[in-house]
Design a protein around this ligand. Sequence first.
Ligand SMILES: [Zn+2]
Length: 329
Amino acid sequence: MTQTTSPTLAIVIHTEEEFDWNSGFFRSNNSVTHGDKLIDFCEKLIVLGAKITFALDYAFVNSANGTKVIEHFKTNNSNHIEFATHLHPWVNPPNEDNEDQISNFNSYPGNLDKDIEFEKLKTLTNKITEVCGKAPVTYLAGRYGIGEHTVLSLTKLGYKTDVSISPFSDFSHQQGPDFSHFNNKKFEKDNIQHWPHTTAVVSLFPFIERWFDKHPEQLEKQQKKSLNRLLLKLLRVKRQRLSPEGFPLNDLKKITKTQLRLGHNNLIFSFHSPSVQAGLTPYVTSEKQATEFYNTTAAYIQWFITKQHGIITTVQTAYINKVKANYND
Ligand SMILES: [Zn+2]
């Protein structure tokens, strides 16, 4: 069977509570008020041809607004939707103690003790299965924080795909994971498929983009040297995420074209669910920005389908199609 070479896009929404991202991690910060806006936003995208993977965290699934969103999509357009898992350890039982605030180190699930990470993941998986009526098979770690024990826990709980890798990025200076050795290539390891959250190194010069694609670890390395940092600036080298959060339509198109030119045909477009409502994330602070945020997202999806002849899929469907294709080969 010939495998499709059309560019494939998954839209992954970090579906979670609203909180001030710069003020630490608190168990009590579990409010969800953007349910209606999220339903409306996603329904409009589905009309345009979108499929959506909701990576759900515990606070969202456990809230009245969250349940409303899930119930809505269980009965409307359910074949356009995937319910996946997103672990924010600070709002996810079981809790080790009664402290409200969780340390920065423990906000990355992969930093937790192996058994604690597993128990939290299991509790969340069971909760999603109960509320959504189906076991999740796609995982996104909170703060992209996968750790050395995560993959084993995922396989034990029946997961097939992880989307936590954030290429070209080293979060170790803030106690997080180091992904600086990864580009956007999808790969399989220890029975888990890894589909990176599309993050591109873009430049005025395609040969520079190609070089960083082959040597991803060099970006963080060169940025640490002041002379080379200046050179990277002159070459207009930037790291950008395929997300409407902080990136206008032209950047999103450029990121996409760069990746397709490099042969990375599987892309992830992502954002945080509270960004659909004004005033809940740093990216969308006014009604005007909320409108722009929707317009950028909608225009990108239309451009991807019509101009790039792309296919939009959920992460799970892409996995199933891949298994089928391998089987038929
Ligand atoms: Zn999150």
